[in-house]
Design a protein around this ligand. Structure first.
Ligand code: FAQ
Length: 316
């Protein structure tokens, strides 16, 4: 057993990908199932805040873009569920964990989308934070997860750009539009900063996940990169981030930023955010209402299988 563990770590250190049939420590498997399934759930629940605006997009162009983005998120969820299945957990079990509240999904999707400018702010900030975290996951040590992330990141990059472009457009508009953009940024900034998870010294999983190269950067490292980039990008919009302590630190060559409200974060993670109950009940209803589609698809697949068997028998 000891030998297996040493050989496993040597593979990780040599940047050799771990594949589904390779030996792996049970804790590595469980950590990946936890992270990948939570990531998949985040993509699926993440469709809901934006889905709210598809029928109210201000133009056909914006509607088509938003529709494509939300469909991409469904796709991301499916690649990620497939990657998690290679570790020996079934999709039904993962859905069950989500629907019973056992599995987490990203805190960010428990906030409401109040105006059209929220679609821009989500694209710019939420997808911006997501890419910051996910580009390094293209080099994560587990092969199926790393490969899924390549396509996810390409699409997330389009999501981030469309959000920034929408805000750029509106921030050159009427005083009401400008105010709407600033209000959306004010509401989405801190939840986006929190998305990276607890500070490193409060993060129980980071040390081992870094050693196994599941995570390639810590929560705080990624958060700092996100703040540094966003603090510059907001200037292009002619708007501000809602943090009076945000200030360039010449010595650190990074932006300093204000204190994060961790109470709020843990409340949202514990299920007490503004929209947790609504998100979960919408998700469960979608699952229940889709039962007839799943049954029909299963019956159709079964019929095709039987027809193929009959054809083979006739030809034999
Ligand atoms: N929300 O020890 P750590 C997206 C939990 S996808 C809720 O630091 P870890 C696309 C954590 O699970 C966004 N819970 O944990 C999109 C753990 O609890 P557990 C999702 C959180 O795993 C955009 C506990 O706190 N992205 O946005 C959060 O090492 C727009 C202790 O934390 C991913 O999932 C949180 N924010 O690091 C879609 C990326 N943060 O499980 C639609 C992959 C932490 O032990 C629209 N995941 N917790 O009970 C990761 O990189 C990691 O899992 C972290 C957390 C960095 C999220």
């Amino acid at each position: 057993m000891m030998d297996n563990n040493i050989a496993f770590q040597q593979k990780i250190d040599a940047e050799i990908k771990i594949e589904p049939k390779d030996w792996m420590p049970e804790k590595y498997r469980q950590t990946l199932i936890r992270q990948i399934s939570q990531h998949a759930h985040s993509e699926i629940v993440g469709m809901l805040p934006e889905g709210n605006w598809i029928s109210r997009a201000p133009s056909l162009k914006r509607k088509a873009i938003l529709l494509a983005k939300v469909q991409d998120e469904a796709g991301h969820g499916l690649y990620l569920y497939s990657a998690a299945e290679t570790l020996g957990i079934s999709r039904d079990e993962m859905y069950n964990q989500l629907h019973t509240g056992k599995a987490k999904y990203s805190s960010i999707f428990n906030y409401p989308t109040l105006t059209w400018a929220d679609m821009g702010a989500i694209g710019w900030l939420v997808d911006g934070a997501a890419i910051m975290n996910q580009v390094p996951l293209c080099r994560t040590s587990y092969g199926p997860y790393a490969r899924a992330m390549v396509r996810v990141c390409k699409e997330e990059s389009f999501h981030q750009r469309q959000g920034f472009e929408a805000l750029l457009h509106m921030s050159k508009g009427t005083p009401e539009q400008i105010a709407m953009c600033q209000d959306a940024i004010n509401r989405w900034w801190w939840p986006s900063v929190m998305m990276f998870g607890p500070n490193d010294d409060e993060s129980p999983n980071t040390k081992q996940s870094m050693a196994w190269k599941i995570k390639r950067f810590t929560n705080d490292e990624l958060r700092q990169k996100f703040v540094d980039i966003s603090a510059e990008q907001v200037k292009l919009l002619g708007l501000t981030l809602p943090d009076p302590d945000l200030k360039w630190n010449e010595e650190r060559q990074h932006y300093d930023f204000g204190a994060i409200n961790w109470d709020e974060f843990w409340q949202v993670v514990a299920g007490n955010g503004p929209c947790n109950k609504q998100r979960l009940s919408t998700r469960k209803k979608a699952w229940e209402n889709g039962e007839w589609v799943r049954n029909a698809a299963t019956a159709h697949a079964e019929k095709r299988k039987q027809r193929a068997v009959q054809k083979e028998l006739v030809e034999a």
